[in-house]
Design a protein. Structure first.
Length: 315
């Protein structure tokens, strides 16, 4: 059975939503800590709405239940409703948001009023809008942030309020290729860029517009920056997320193309020239070369190709 803890839905719509969730629970379709996004028909003006829902257990009580098997840790289901199923593009962010809710949740009504309700009601502002706010804050300087995210360059933020600092951190995490390139490659890149202290970027948010120091960019990031800035007119956070996913997809496609050319270049000098031309024309040759250098570090023939390409690019 489901008992209501907190909602801002009308009574009829809340009953319909609870019925929908009860059916999902009966089918075993709610996995702990993993959110889902579906379309739900409710008795509210929009009729069909996008619903993110996630089941979780309070962590400290879960530990108690493990220690004393006769205690059943209470379980919770959190729902966030939006205008469509586009919340799915932010599912990972919403899963993390639920994790942060665990820390605040307490069965005492006082804590519910002071901590949980504000956390629940600000889900859209805190989990969905950070990318949009960063685009609006940085404008043309967004190219430097995109470059830092792709190259795993450390970023230090100064003189920023807590929300802005978190927004920048979330944007960098969302724009990086984490989970899309090999984990070992990502770790090696992070170590290499952290060791090059002069490469770290400082962002000073003291003025109306952020000032960046030691920041780098390339044509690829500048082209995508224009896509973000042009999209800012509509002010749709889901559009920004889609542009960001397309940006990462294109970067991955370029990495895979370069790796294919390098394999061919191990036996073919013309393919080596194709590699060089690709690096020159793709707009992000500086970053791609670093990534493939790390990935091919243990492969002598491919490493030789990368060394030759580095020399060509320097010249």
């Amino acid at each position: 059975s489901l008992s209501l803890l907190d909602t801002n839905l009308p009574v009829e719509a809340e009953t319909e939503l609870r019925s929908f969730l009860a059916k999902r629970l009966t089918k075993g379709a709610l996995f702990e800590g993993m959110g889902n996004v579906v379309s739900v028909g409710l008795s509210i003006p929009e009729h069909k709405v996008g619903c993110y829902y996630c089941r979780f257990q309070q962590e400290n009580l879960l530990e108690m239940a493990t220690l004393e098997s006769d205690i059943n840790a209470p379980e919770y289901v959190v729902c966030f409703l939006g205008g469509s199923e586009k919340e799915d593009t932010f599912r990972l962010e919403l899963d993390k948001y639920i994790q942060s809710l665990k820390i605040n949740l307490d069965l005492e009504q006082k804590t519910l009023e002071m901590s949980v309700k504000p956390h629940l009601s600000s889900w859209f502002e805190n989990a969905i809008c950070p990318i949009q706010r960063v685009v609006q804050l940085f404008q043309e300087k967004l190219a430097f942030l995109l470059h830092a995210a792709l190259s795993y360059t450390p970023v230090e933020v100064k003189n920023a309020d807590e929300r802005t600092e978190k927004d920048i951190s979330r944007f960098l995490a969302a724009a990086s290729l984490q989970g899309l390139v090999q984990e070992g490659t990502m770790t090696s890149l992070c170590i290499a860029m952290t060791e090059e202290q002069h490469k770290s970027i400082a962002i000073d948010c003291a003025g109306p517009q952020p000032q960046l120091h030691n920041a780098g960019s390339n044509r690829f990031c500048e082209d995508w920056m224009h896509a973000f800035v042009n999209g800012a007119e509509g002010g749709n956070p889901f559009l920004f997320r889609q542009i960001l996913e397309n940006f990462k997809l294109k970067a991955i496609q370029d990495i895979n193309n370069l790796k294919r050319f390098i394999r061919q270049a191990e036996m073919n000098h013309y393919a080596l020239f194709k590699c060089y031309m690709f690096l020159k024309n793709c707009g992000s040759g500086d970053i791609l070369l670093k990534i493939v250098k790390v990935e091919h570090a243990e492969m002598p023939e491919a490493r030789n190709v990368v060394t030759v390409l580095e020399e060509f690019m320097r010249e």
